[in-house]
Design a protein around this ligand. Structure first.
Ligand code: GMT
Length: 368
């Protein structure tokens, strides 16, 4: 098939999933066209069946905010016609699903383009519910030929918030490459424990809780914290590190290209977010054999099994989450069992199991 993928290129889960999906589809023989305003951050190297189309946003002195969505719709239309796309897959509803719908209108009788939309998280739980975007988000979900959500939680939340009872949303969970994300060959037992957090450091990630959980763990055992990524809450987290007197044990690495390698350092992954529709980074940690400590809300309990491959506790309760972390790290046998279970759990979300579900969906959309 000839598949267009429109996504955000920036550091974040939806762009990561879109890119890994496109690469996996290309490896399975499809022609894949990525369309965005910059190269998606996980799209590295050369791939024979992959093409990147950069959206140019024309400026004009009148525009305080150049209309990216219009430039994107025009580019989607151009690519769809020139490359004879069968399917356009929009990742993150705003504005991609609406732009896909516009591109379809521009195509008119020139051909048929199937529009698939994948809902990822804050496009539904936060941004999409903002009155400025609610109507267009609902409309573009209803107008898509197929809609997927990355967890049952997100599907149900979409029905609840948008009331689009007519739209059948299929849950296709995120996936992970078990070859790329794998436990290190040998892990030293005992000694200093490494706790890891990776994110785009927005308020939803609760970075202060990450630091607070770590400080409590460090009071119980030798430990260090590695923070990967960047974003608006990084400064506040840096200040909390100083306030709690743990500066010597914390490293902020900034954005890292190869998160699979960094995960191999970790003994525990921290994801105490207010809500994760799925928690892709948690799945990647599990695949690396790293148990996860996080909040028992949103879609995270569909990925991490409390008491099996991690610990899930109340949002904002740093004491409870830290106690869970200490319990896991203190007992080497318990940690080893959780690590083994984590890898087994991740195998249920392998690329080989999940990507064919997207292929089947595309085929159904093309068949009409
Ligand atoms: O929705 C967001 O906050 C951004 C989004 C992204 O584009 O980075 O992340 C979401 O999509 C990921 C991939 O499907 C999920 O793993 C994340 O849980 C989800 N983030 C949230 O729900 C906060």
């Amino acid at each position: 098939m000839r598949i267009g993928i429109v996504c955000y290129p920036t550091y974040g889960g939806s762009g990561a999933v879109a890119t890994e999906l496109g690469l996996a589809l290309a490896a399975r023989g499809h022609d894949v066209h990525f369309i965005s305003y910059a190269l998606p951050f996980r799209l590295r190297g050369f791939h024979e069946r992959v093409t990147f189309h950069e959206v140019k946003i024309g400026s004009y002195p009148l525009f305080e905010h150049p209309p990216y969505a219009l430039a994107l719709a025009v580019m989607l239309h151009e690519v769809a016609v020139r490359e004879r796309l069968d399917v356009l897959h929009a990742h993150y509803a705003i504005p991609h699903a609406a732009c896909g719908w516009l591109a379809k209108q521009l195509i008119g009788d020139e051909g048929r383009l199937g529009l698939v939309t994948t809902l990822h998280g804050t496009d539904i739980t936060l941004v999409g519910q903002d009155p400025s975007y609610h109507t267009i988000t609902k409309f573009s979900i209803e107008q898509s030929d197929a809609v997927t959500a990355v967890s049952s939680y997100l599907r149900d939340e979409t029905y609840r918030a948008f009331g689009c009872t007519a739209c059948a949303i299929e849950v296709i969970p995120n996936f992970v490459s078990l070859e790329e994300f794998k436990p290190p060959a040998g892990r030293a037992a005992g000694g200093e424990k490494t706790l890891l957090h990776i994110s785009n450091m927005r308020p939803v990630k609760r970075l202060l809780d990450v630091v607070r959980i770590f400080a409590r763990v460090r009071a119980a055992m030798p430990a260090r914290l590695v923070m990967v990524g960047d974003g608006p809450d990084r400064d506040a987290a840096e200040r909390e590190v100083d306030a709690l007197g743990v500066r010597g044990a914390v490293r902020f690495l900034g954005k890292v290209e190869d998160v699979a390698e960094v995960l191999q350092w970790a003994d525990l992954y921290l994801l105490p977010s207010n809500s994760e529709s799925f928690g892709l980074s948690a799945l990647e940690a599990l695949a690396t054999g790293v148990p996860v400590v996080g909040a028992s809300v949103g879609g995270l309990p569909e990925v991490v099994r409390h008491g099996v491959d991690g610990f899930l506790g109340p949002v904002g309760d740093a004491d409870a989450l830290a106690a869970g972390a200490v319990e896991l790290l203190r007992d080497q046998d318990r940690w080893r069992a959780a690590s083994t279970a984590a890898r087994e759990r991740a195998a249920e979300f392998s690329t080989e199991l999940i990507v064919p579900r997207y292929e089947a969906l595309y085929a159904a959309v093309v068949a009409g």
